[in-house]
Design a protein. Sequence first.
Length: 250
Amino acid sequence: MVKVIIIDDEPSIREMLREYLEQHFSQDILLVAEADSLKSGLALVTEHRPELLLLDIHLSPGTGFDLLEQLPDKEFEVIFITAYDQHAIKAIKAGALDYLLKPVDGDEFKTSVDKALERIRDKDSIQNKLEQLINVSSEYFRGTEKKRVILKTTEAVFAVYEEDIYYCHSDGHYTTFYTRELGKVIITKSMKKVQEILSEDMFVRCHQSYLVNKRHVLKYDKRGTLIIKTTAEIPVSYRRKEYTLARIFN
């Protein structure tokens, strides 16, 4: 059975998660411990070596990221549990990690844990590059480093600095990132999902299918396109023209 630890400072949330585990995963998961703080959580993870953590973002006297960074071996999956905190959620998404919002919905919980179990069973899965994912989310959360985002393809996981992304072009459920170091990287995410993980102060949605890094824009020409440093021409839709020019050139 897969060993799990719940770390959350709210007793009602721990009880809810415990009930969901019993209801949906009594044959697959063994709840080995619960903790209500960073210190107790760290001790229990070190002692029990779980395969799955259900981890609160805000833990007295620190955060879930503080706990993870103190663990030298991250041979487990993690699902963050958080109240509605836009900054925390964006950081988690930047690292392509999983999370659940409080109060936790039972169906969403089951879906999230099912995915975690699949990753645990597939030890060679590229999904299991946990340390890299955590580092990206932690940096984003604290704002201590240049922001990176995780891009997962069918063959690899890339950590890309936002400033190295020229622009993004979506085609249905796929989005192509055009980057300085890696060239083109195609991921399975819609433009809406991509926009959620990139910094609003750096990227401008100039067209339904395009998101451009304003720091790489050289000019706007009368044909209705943005010219960027790679000489690529990015279309600007008529209804987004005023907004786009204001965001980039004002």
